[in-house]
Design a protein around this ligand. Structure first.
Ligand SMILES: [Fe+2]
Length: 390
């Protein structure tokens, strides 16, 4: 008799009583961090999941060439829609679903990722919520996000933050469609029953678009915090009612590129190449209490060493082409592709192109650190495992 099968049958019967019978035969396949250090080590639950809802993210790559056409197809339907245009114009996006998570709208247990298009005239009305959110701009230019009265004009490579507890609205008043990638800690907040959203902006809004008025000068973020190492002493550094979020809302792609290029002669880190963190300029901490954002540059031919962490990372390819090996599998990538390396999995990147490759990475390491669970390991050239953060 197959004990596992017998347990499944028994559980099917018992499930109507809202109980789950567990023995070693149907125990979850939890992975040992210290013993299972082979390159194929994966955080995935294999056989023997406990209950149908026990799911774990798997490594995955979304090819831009495959997913991008759906933006045009949404836009096409919106143009010919028989419902009020605002219902379509407010949000046109697709969300990435991790194949290990059973169709949930999330790429890891903590992160949601969407690709949004704003056609000329589209507006997302002003609102506020508890999840922290960011957009990484893919279009060369166009589109804006207004946050707490500051209007941020978007350009490729920009990172625009809408931290927890900030009023924000988006739109496109240019002539060309604008595309960006949204990353949020929404699934985490949802899990914690901590999601709420409000649209009752208390001031005047601008006409039908329900956009907030712009009350701050252009490039306010940049004026206050745009020079590294210099922080104004006459402001509180708290914008919105969120705690421990960055008062700098707009990080410019051109600055990121210039800073990375200026460091490309440096040796960099063997596991992460030449990497810069987007930080809260007032504290040096991650921009959100939950998520850390980085930009990393890999020189042509550069291969990082294998590393794994107890945190999960989402990557957006901003430039170049290469491969990333995750849990023993190779994922090739090029500009605008998106991929995810869940916690526990070994990963390394190789730039296979003739130009510098630039990856933007979003990691839930700050959260994992705060709960006392952050560890990281690396593999040395002789293939022994080194404790990077024990
Ligand atoms: Fe929002």
């Amino acid at each position: 008799m197959d004990a596992r099968e017998a347990m499944e049958r028994l559980n099917a019967e018992a499930s109507q009583l809202n109980i789950w019978l567990r023995t070693q035969a149907n125990a979850p396949a939890q992975r040992p961090w210290f013993r299972e250090t082979g390159l194929e080590a994966s955080g995935r639950l294999a056989e023997g999941r406990v209950g149908a809802a026990q799911l774990k993210p798997v490594p995955h790559r979304w090819r831009w060439a495959e997913i991008a056409p759906y933006l045009d197809r949404i836009a096409e339907i919106a143009r010919g829609a028989d419902v009020s245009p605002i219902e379509f114009a407010e949000r046109q996006q697709f969300l990435l679903t991790n194949p290990g998570l059973g169709g949930r709208l999330q790429v890891t247990s903590t992160m949601r990722c969407a690709v949004s298009i704003y056609n000329p005239g589209d507006v997302a009305p002003v609102h506020i919520h508890t999840p922290n959110a960011s957009r990484t701009i893919l279009s060369d230019k166009g589109g804006y996000t207004t946050i707490e009265g500051e209007r941020c004009e978007a350009a490729r490579g920009d990172l625009i933050l809408t931290p927890n507890g900030t009023w924000h609205d988006h739109g496109n008043d240019g002539a060309e469609p604008v595309v960006w990638i949204d990353v949020l800690d929404f699934p985490l907040m949802e899990f914690l029953d901590c999601v709420w959203l409000d649209e009752a902006f208390s001031g005047e809004t601008q006409g039908n678009s329900r956009a907030q008025p712009v009350t701050l000068p252009a490039s306010y973020s940049h004026k206050l915090y745009g020079r590294g190492g210099l922080v104004p002493s006459f402001v509180t550094h708290r914008r919105g009612f969120g705690h421990d979020t960055s008062p700098l809302f707009h990080y410019r792609g051109t600055d990121v590129r210039e800073a990375l290029t200026g460091l490309r002669q440096e040796q960099g880190d063997p596991y992460e190449a030449v990497t810069l963190r987007f930080v809260n300029p007032a504290t040096g901490a991650s921009v959100f209490p939950t998520l850390d954002y980085r930009a990393q540059l890999l020189r042509p031919g550069e291969a990082t060493r294998f590393k794994r962490e107890t945190a999960s990372t989402l990557y957006i390819v901003m430039a170049g082409r290469g491969i990333t090996e995750i849990a023993g599998r190779i994922y090739d990538w090029q500009t605008n592709d998106i991929f995810v390396a869940p916690g526990f999995t070994w990963r390394r990147h190789i730039n296979k192109g003739e130009i510098d490759a630039i990856l933007y990475a979003v990691s839930d390491a700050p959260l994992i650190e705060k709960i006392g669970q952050y560890r990281a390991q690396g593999r040395l050239p002789d293939d022994t495992v080194a404790e990077l953060v024990a």
